[in-house]
Every structure is written in C-alpha cells, then in structure tokens.
Design a protein around this ligand. Structure first.
Ligand code: DGL
Length: 257
C-alpha cells in the first residue's frame, strides 16, 4: 500500500498518556492531520506481558493504517519497548516512531549526578531500557523507580485530588530532596509533573515528547511525506473505550495547560 503525503499521522497509547506527546507533535507540525487512538479499554499496558502489548499494538497499527495513516507514532514508552522492533520489521514500508525515556538529555544536563527514572514496570524490565541505561548512565547514578498504578490513576482524571499526591508519596517519596533530576519515562506522567515536583523536589523533569516530534518531522521529510498544506491540521480522537465521555476526557487532557 502506497503512503500518501495527505494521509494523517496515527498516534497511539494505552490511554490519555499519549496526549502529552500529541501536544508536542501538533506544536511542531501544526499543518499535519493527526488521528489519536487511546486504548483505554486495555490500559494499563505497563503491567501486562510483553506479548500482550505486542498483540494490542499490532491491532492498533492495522487499524490506523486502514484509516489512512502515512506514519505511526507509538506515544507510549511501554509499547515502544515491547513492540517497536517487531512492528518496524512487519510494517517496513511505514515510518514508525517510538518514544523512549529521556535519559540521554538528562545525563547531558549540567549538575545531574543522581537521576531518578520513573516508568512502568515493563519498560524498566525490558532490554531496551537496560541498554539505554548502560549507554548513558555511566558517570551518573541512575535510579529506576517502577510506578505500578500511576498510569491507571492518571487515566481517571481529577489530578488535583489528594490521593494522586498520596500515591506519588508511596512510589517516590523516598527520593525527596535526594535526586538532581527526574526522567518521566511514561507518557502519562507529564500530566502530574507539578505533583511529582511537590513530592520529589523542585528539580528539572525530562520527557521524550519533543525528541519524538523532531524524529517524526525528520522521518516524514526523508520520505517526502510532509503535508503540503499550510492550513492548521485536524486532530481526531478515537478510543477503544466506548462513549463520548472518554473522548471528552481526551480533549480535556489535550487542552490542559
Ligand atoms: N503511557 C504508557 C507509557 O508511556 C503506558 C502506561 C500504561 O498503560 O501502563 O509507558
């Protein structure tokens, strides 16, 4: 199947998290059309097996390609770690861009000796992260903090509720005042950036959204797939969870400041 420059960019995540990446994509490429698919019916991915995440991701890629996607952004650290290599091999004709914990920029920043990486249990367990930590971690103390339950809680919205800070206290409260920066290695976590700083301390936070947006721009340019339109593009939201309520939740996350 030939890819068309006037196709859309398909973006997916287990749920609302990918919207933190989508915002960077739209800021960087405002004239492209985007179709965002949130697999909220199957969230969280970060506590499933690798095989389950590969199967779910493949079904979504098939769906997005049927919808006319010219490129795919896996706006999910977990699905990138679990499935990107297999998906790229299976859909070799399609640009597939993933997101990874922003450990590289965190290690290159000044005065960052102790770096806390928050991510899902799967992301931290799989080889891709182990290799990343080996490549960039030397000379730093990289502390990996699996955060089970955090993505699921963010899916529910109402992020100023006290239980969100309570959960963060349980997950990373032990590092309060003891780290120089935090890598948000799950695309859900930027939505609770303020609450993470309240718990861990007022340190720089790093996420992979902007790097992913620039990589998408490069890949589309290389293949002659950048849109020729100069008008603002469309952003469409779809979910595996039925009902207009879920789509309204996605829109509210997209509009959060
Ligand atoms: N937002 C995803 C990530 O970046 C997955 C969270 C989840 O579903 O567990 O890892």
């Amino acid at each position: 199947m030939a890819l068309r420059f006037n196709g859309s960019v398909g973006v997916f995540d287990s749920g609302v998290g990918g919207i933190s990446v989508l915002r960077a994509l739209v800021d960087t490429l405002p004239c492209e059309d985007f179709v965002f698919f949130g697999d909220s019916a199957n969230a969280p991915y970060g506590e499933k097996s690798r095989e389950q995440v590969v199967r779910l991701s493949r079904d979504i890629v098939d769906f997005l390609l049927d919808e006319g996607a010219k490129a795919i952004v896996i706006a999910c650290n977990t699905a990138t770690s679990a499935a990107a290599a297999e998906l790229r091999a299976e859909y070799a004709h399609v640009p597939i861009i993933g997101v990874e914990p922003a450990l590289k920029p965190a290690t290159l920043a000044p005065n960052a000796k102790r770096i806390l990486v928050m991510a899902t249990p799967i992301t931290l367990r799989l080889d891709k992260y182990q290799q990343l930590a080996e490549k960039w971690g030397s000379g730093h103390e990289v502390i990996s903090a699996p955060c089970p339950g955090l993505a699921s809680r963010i899916e529910q919205g109402d992020l100023d509720a006290p239980d969100v800070t309570g959960l963060l206290e349980d997950l990373v409260g032990a590092y309060a005042g003891r780290v120089d920066s935090v890598v948000l290695g799950c695309t859900h976590y930027p939505f609770v950036a303020r609450q993470i700083r309240q718990v861990v301390g007022d340190v720089p936070l790093f996420d992979g959204a902007q790097g992913t947006a620039l990589q998408l721009q490069r890949k589309l340019a290389e293949r002659g797939l950048l849109t020729k339109s100069t008008a603002p593009g469309r952003v469409e939201f779809l979910s595996s969870k039925p009902g207009e309520e879920e789509i309204s939740l996605y829109r509210s996350f997209f509009e959060l400041k």
